[in-house]
Design a protein around this ligand. Structure first.
Ligand code: SF4
Length: 83
């Protein structure tokens, strides 16, 4: 994986890493997932955040493409929560 500031995993990772994370997203039960529009908005917010490095949030260590898919998850930056 190349280090890419403000890149989502989809843009920065090897295909197998990306596929593995998306497989985990697909396994989140529908009732626990955000609608597609909200998911896209969350990822857009992450894409302009200084804490995003190669798809990983430096605040929490999560792949944002996974974290953002969960209905109950929040952006971990309590001081300036973006979603
Ligand atoms: S701090 Fe929030 S907006 Fe920034 S990368 Fe992490 S989850 Fe995304």
């Amino acid at each position: 994986m190349r280090e890419c500031k403000r890149c989502l995993l989809r843009q920065a990772a090897e295909d197998d890493t990306w596929a593995s994370v998306m497989e985990k997203v697909e396994k989140i039960p529908a009732r626990d997932r955000v609608p597609d529009g909200i998911y896209r908005e969350r990822l857009e917010a992450c894409s302009s955040c200084d804490y995003l490095i190669s798809g990983v949030c430096m605040k929490c260590g999560c792949y944002v493409e996974f974290r953002a898919a969960h209905r109950r998850m929040k952006c971990p930056d309590a001081a300036a929560r973006r979603w």
